[in-house]
Ligand binder design. Sequence first.
Ligand SMILES: [Cu+2]
Length: 348
Amino acid sequence: MLTRGMAAILSYVLATAQADSAGTRLPAAISRGPAGDGAHVIADISQVLFIGATAIFVVVFALVAVALFGPAAARRRLSSPALIVGAGIAFPVVALTALLVYALSTGPSMAGDGAKPAVRIAVKGELWWWRVRYHDASGAVLFDTANDIRIPVGAWVEFELSSDNVIHSFWVPELAGKLDMIPGRVNRLRVRAQAAGTFTGQCAEYCGAQHANMKFNVVALEPDAYQAWQDAQVRPAEVRPAQVRPAEAPPAEASAPTLHQGAQVFQQACAQCHTVRGTAARGTLGPDLTHVGSRLSLAAGVLPNNVGALAGWIADSQHIKPGNPMPSFNQLPGEDLRAVARYLESLK
Ligand SMILES: [Cu+2]
C-alpha cells in the first residue's frame, strides 16, 4: 500500500513536470535538463534527496495514522522503547550520515577530478554587468570582453570569479552550481559543457537596483568554432572593406564616411570609459567594445544586439537601466547617434 502511494505521488510529479516543460513555462534549466558536469551532479543529488525524503515522509505519516486511528494492539507496539530508539534515533543518524557521505563524495567530480583546465577566464562582477578576461595557458591576457562568454564543448574551463564592489553570484544553472564573487578574494569554478548550446546566466546575489538586469550568455562551441571565435576576439578592431560594401560604388562612398564619423564621435564621447583595441580608446570603466558587434546581447542581456538597440541604448541608457554608470547621450545629434551605432555594429 505504501509503495503504491509513493508511486502515485511520483507519477503525479513526473506528469506535471512533463506537462510544464511542454508548455515551456519552466526556466530552461528545468525544462532542458542539465548540460554540464556540475549541473548533472546537482540534478542527481536532488533526485536522491527528493526520493529519499518522499519515502521517509510517507512512512512517518503512515505511522502517525496508525498511532491515531490504528487498533489498540498496533498502537501499543508503536510505543515500545525499541521502536522509539530504532526509528527515532538510529534510523535518522544512519540515513542522514549516508546522505551526507554521498553528497560530499560528489565534490571532486563536480570540480573536474583535478583535470588541468583548457581555458581560464577571469570574470568580475560589475554594477551591473560582467567584465570578462581570457587568459592563455601561461596566464598571459588574451583579450577582454563582457557579458558574452564562449567555451569549448567537452573541455574543462576554470572561471576565476571576483568583484571590486559588492557581492555578486555567478550562476549558469544548466552548466553548474552558483558561486559567489566576493570582494578581496578569487573563487574558482570549474565547468565542462557536455553539449553545444547557449546557456543563460544570471547574477544570483542581490547587488543593487539593476541586479535583475545582470544577465549573461555562455555559448558552448565545437572546438573548431571556439578557436575561430577566440582568434577573432584577440584581433584588434578594424573597419573591414566588406563593411563599407565595396561592390556598390556609391553606397561604398556614402557609408565609409559614416563609419568614419561614428569612430570620431566614439573617440570624443565614449573613449574615456570604453576600450576599442586598435584605436586610441582605452577607457576601462565600461565594457571593452572591441568586438561588441559580435555579442549576442547588449547591456548584460537586457537588449538584443542590433543597430537600432545600440542607438536606443546610447541615447537612453538611464531609462533602460536606471542608475548604471553610463549617462544617456540624448543630446547627440541624430546623425552622430546613427553613425556611432553603425560603427559599433560594424565591430564584429
Ligand atoms: Cu550582481
